[in-house]
Design a protein around this ligand. Structure first.
Ligand SMILES: NC(=O)c1ccc[n+]([C@@H]2O[C@H](COP(=O)([O-])OP(=O)(O)OC[C@H]3O[C@@H](n4cnc5c(N)ncnc54)[C@H](OP(=O)(O)O)[C@@H]3O)[C@@H](O)[C@H]2O)c1
Length: 176
């Protein structure tokens, strides 16, 4: 099996090809619902484009809705079976609840949750660190992951429970 990339200048899709046949293989992610937080830029937007190339169905969240809409449009162009977006602030429990209620209007099942929203604020030493930066990072990078995971878990079938947490760290999370 090999992987090829097709590009039309604006977007690209990846297809796995069965060796020697040139025939495209169906991706395991085809038609799977993938929820990505922090999808308006950076890794989150890149993940949306990548999974679009696997013909997945995407639920995208972040605070900047204009950017999210663009990423959703690019994802549809790149092959996503569906790509929807909605405002999400993972530092607010009420926003997380509203987002998941909206997600439930699109699907009753989420196959993959990618807790990507967050960032690093300030490059100060601890001696010069600011409470404001620490509090924002904890609210987003730590509590945001817990809030999202708690809210989305009921939509993830128990046998599929895998937690993707920022920057490629992956762990199986049976029994979460
Ligand atoms: N780049 C690196 O080298 C690196 C290294 C280690 C870890 N990481 C982690 O990887 C993740 C993505 O990083 P990146 O480099 O792609 O950063 P980025 O381009 O700044 O993207 C961060 C994303 O998170 C969203 N976000 C931030 N706060 C949010 C909130 N309260 N609620 C919802 N969405 C929020 C942003 O969207 P909105 O502003 O539109 O809400 C944006 O889509 C971050 O969690 C970061 O900490 C990155």
């Amino acid at each position: 099996m090999s992987e090829t990339e097709h590009s039309d200048g604006n977007s690209s899709t990846r297809k796995q090809v069965v060796a020697g046949t040139g025939k495209a293989m169906k991706s395991r992610l085809k038609d799977k619902w993938i929820l990505i937080t922090g999808a308006s830029s950076g890794f989150g937007a890149a993940a949306a484009r990548l999974f679009a190339g696997h013909e997945a169905k995407l639920l995208l969240g972040a605070r900047r809705i204009d950017r999210l809409k663009k990423v959703a449009a690019e994802a549809r162009k790149a092959g996503a079976r569906e790509a929807h977006c909605h405002k999400l602030d993972v530092s607010q429990t009420s926003s997380v609840k509203a987002f998941v209620e909206w997600a439930r209007t699109k699907t009753s099942q989420v196959d993959v949750l990618i807790n990507n929203a967050g960032g690093a604020l300030g490059a100060d030493t601890v001696a010069e660190g600011k409470d404001e930066d620490w509090e924002t990072m904890l609210q987003t990078n730590v509590l945001g992951v817990l809030r999202m995971t708690r809210a989305v878990l009921p939509l993830i079938p128990p046998r599929r429970r895998q937690l993707h947490y920022q920057y490629g760290l992956f762990r199986r999370a049976h029994g979460l």
